[in-house]
Ligand binder design. Sequence first.
Ligand code: TXA
Ligand code: MG
Length: 311
Amino acid sequence: MRTKRLRPETGGLNEAATLLAEGALVAFPTETVYGLGADARNGAAVARVYEAKGRPSFNPLIVHVADRAAAQAFVVWSDSAEILASAFWPGPLTLVLPLKEGHGLSSLVTAGLDTAAIRVPAHDTARALLRQFGGPVAAPSANPSGRISPTTADHVLAGLDGRIAAVLDDGPCSVGLESTIVGLAGPAPVLLRAGGLPQEAIETALGAPLAAPETEEISAPGQLSSHYAPDARVRLNADHAKPGEVMLGFGAIPGDLNLSPSGDLVEAAAHLFDYLHRLDAMRKPIAVAPVPMTGLGRAINDRLRRAAAPR
Ligand code: TXA
Ligand code: MG
């Protein structure tokens, strides 16, 4: 199977929606990263997502919908959900909520859990595709499992060409970091994954701090620790490159590439995966400058730690 590159301005949306309806896999842009989309109600289509990514099947997928009303068809809504959806949807925030009776989602999407992760992306092409398709789209990041997330259609093709029907190409992603995931299925809101929406903004909207997840929920941490791994070895908190290394700089610490010479964390997040891809292509160990643990820095450091984890 050749993977088609579709463009929204030349009829690509229609074709992408048709492919999704046929149970085929279509990668599409969101403001965070490119997603690998499948009809979330079609078990076979969702299974092909796990297969194309080589993803361990216990890892559930995020359901993408066009608006809040569409989300409410699948999950049990709550006051906290209302506050966060009003404040941040469409946007880089995923909510984990209890599944509603008769939701119709494939159990592969939720990996058998009684909750679902759901979000409304803030990307015109993503939302146009969701409207055109008219149903929920399950979409993990459009990369082979354990590899760097894609922020351009070229990244998608580098990892998945020939394994998916099409990629809808609408340029680079603006946020460049996966969505922040907040769990709302328990007694108190929990931060399940740091991401493109800073924790502080969520806590301000809720008027309360987010709890940390009770466990690092995965029983075999090694399995997830190298989740965002380039091929090359990664060394963190470096102030210069050692001989033979390439360097990813930040702020005043220069490098072959610099996430943000001015030290802007939003700019750094948008560059992160693209720069890791580019340095990885140089086939040398990668030294990475320290990135502060404030705002988006938390999520950036989370991804960098995973990229550097032993494997
Ligand atoms: O920005 C994003 O979130 C991107 C774009 C494509 O929307 N998607 C993405 O999906 O990052 P994925 O599949 O790579 O990450 C999904 C994460 C996983 O870490 C998974 O464990 C968690 O969401 N998740 C999904 N359903 C869950 C649930 N019911 N409870 C807890 N965590 C869940
Ligand atoms: Mg991913």
